[in-house]
Design a protein around this ligand. Structure first.
Ligand SMILES: Nc1nc2c(c(=O)[nH]1)N[C@H]1C(S)=C(S)[C@@H](COP(=O)(O)OP(=O)(O)OC[C@H]3O[C@@H](n4cnc5c(N)ncnc54)[C@H](O)[C@@H]3O)O[C@H]1N2
Ligand code: MOO
Length: 401
């Protein structure tokens, strides 16, 4: 069976990021930069005062010096003249420094009366001045292509004087849940039935990765029906199926999709939960066949679908990050499958993260998954581990899922 990292490589290998579109800056949050975004001006655009006070020549403004106030430089209205050794200009935070001045004496160190300012401290050359271009300069790329645009990037792009932003189009991700027992959440559930938790959960994950989910109708355990519902998939950028992935008589997804041209890349990986994961392609559309057990479906989605959707969405950093924590409980030796243990995260007294696996790790227990802040990663054949030893984790509490 394939390892988790081999499976990730094969899934990501052939994905092509979505093409570009322009969106208004106000719509850019959560999107991915589709091109390098260059500054359209210097920031600050001129030497600017960082404080309220007086623009002076430092060499001629010592404690006790009195200088005439020859003018004012309010923000947005630069002083047109020049500051000479025997004068000063009233200035404010955000005002352009007048020519000739090399320092700002803050007003707490000055008194003004009858148009004259008297300093109570020495001015220092260069003090309280924000230099032109010290944040970024005209033409510099301030946001690289592939960067996720959050509030800070939106502010930066605005400061760089753009009203429109080139982004990648959002990938459309079709979600096909299968199974005779699956009912819509809220419906009366027939004996033997179960509410469709997987499709809405996966749809939410797709959104968190920057994609647009499309929930197809639930397919019964019938090859022809599964094939028919998946038929329109050419208009999507990724197909996620869920359920019917294993070896039972009614696990029909692979055979059904082969009817509409599925070519299988791999099926089954050395992972728990998630062993029956399938990867393939229908025409140009990549397909991930997720197992039906909800926790297995979600963990496969985190480990494989998240990076895949992020690649399609244009992200240059698609992988889900691993972190280090300390084990909050003992763990037994692992078998040949890479394990992903649902775990609580706490802070130790020194501030470090403590990860404690829940005692029951059944792959149908969604409440345990929802109450987990992390997955503890156990490598194939990892020996037993003791409380206090280091462990690798995937943090769930920082993924917006
Ligand atoms: N003899 C074997 N049996 C199983 C094996 C195996 O290797 N040999 N693998 C097991 C593993 S591991 C998993 S995971 C499951 C995966 O099975 P399927 O992908 O075929 O999933 P189903 O049989 O369709 O469903 C499993 C379970 O999940 C429930 N389910 C399915 N879809 C949904 C949904 N949309 N929302 C909520 N719950 C759903 C379903 O009712 C079942 O309870 O196979 C093991 N078996
Ligand atoms: O993927 Mo399955 O049991 O390993 O849930």
């Amino acid at each position: 069976m394939l390892s988790v990292s081999e499976a990730q490589e094969r899934i990501l290998a052939e994905l092509i990021p979505m093409g570009p579109e322009l969106v208004p800056l106000a719509e850019a949050w959560g999107r991915v930069a589709g091109a390098g975004i260059a500054a359209r001006l210097d920031n600050p655009p001129a030497d600017i005062s960082a404080m309220d006070g007086y623009a002076v020549q430092a060499a001629h403004c010592r404690a006790g010096t009195t200088l005439p106030v020859i003018g004012e430089s309010p923000a947005g209205h630069p002083f047109p003249g020049v500051v000479t050794p025997d004068g000063c200009v009233r200035i404010y935070t955000g005002s352009v420094m007048p020519n000739g001045a090399d320092s700002v004496l803050i007003q707490e160190n000055a008194t003004e009366s009858d148009g004259r300012m008297t300093a109570s401290a020495d001015a220092q050359a260069g003090r309280h001045i924000r230099r032109r271009g010290q944040d970024f300069a005209l033409g510099q790329i301030v946001v690289a292509p592939g960067r996720l645009l959050l509030a800070r990037e939106v502010g930066l792009i605005a400061a760089a004087n753009h009203a429109w932003v080139p982004v990648h189009r959002k990938p459309t991700v079709a979600i096909l849940a299968t199974g005779d027992e699956i009912a819509l959440p809220g419906e009366t559930i027939a004996p033997g039935g179960i509410a469709n938790s997987n499709a809405p959960m996966l749809a939410a994950l797709v959104r968190a990765c920057g994609g647009t989910p499309v929930m197809l109708p639930i397919a019964r355990d019938d090859e022809a029906e599964i094939a028919r519902l998946a038929q329109g998939v050419e208009s999507a950028d990724l197909l996620l199926t869920v359920g019917g992935a294993s070896v039972g008589r009614y696990d029909l997804v692979q055979r059904a999709l082969e009817r509409i041209g599925l070519s299988v890349d791999f099926w089954k990986i050395a992972m728990r939960p998630g062993k029956p994961l399938m990867h393939g392609r229908i025409g140009r559309v990549p397909v991930l066949g997720l197992p039906g057990n909800p926790v297995a479906a979600m963990i496969c989605a985190i480990v494989f679908a998240m990076p895949a959707i992020r690649v399609l969405a244009g992200r240059s950093d698609p992988m889900v990050a691993y972190d280090l924590a300390t084990l909050g409980g003992d763990l037994p030796a692992n078998d040949h499958r890479a394990d992903h243990l649902r775990a609580r995260l706490d802070r130790a007294a020194d501030g470090s993260l403590l990860a404690t696996a829940f005692p029951r790790q059944d792959s149908a227990m969604l409440r345990t998954l929802a109450d987990s802040q992390a997955l503890i990663l156990r490598a194939p054949h990892a020996p037993a581990a003791r409380t206090g030893e280091p462990c690798r984790i995937i943090r769930l509490d920082t993924l917006s899922i």
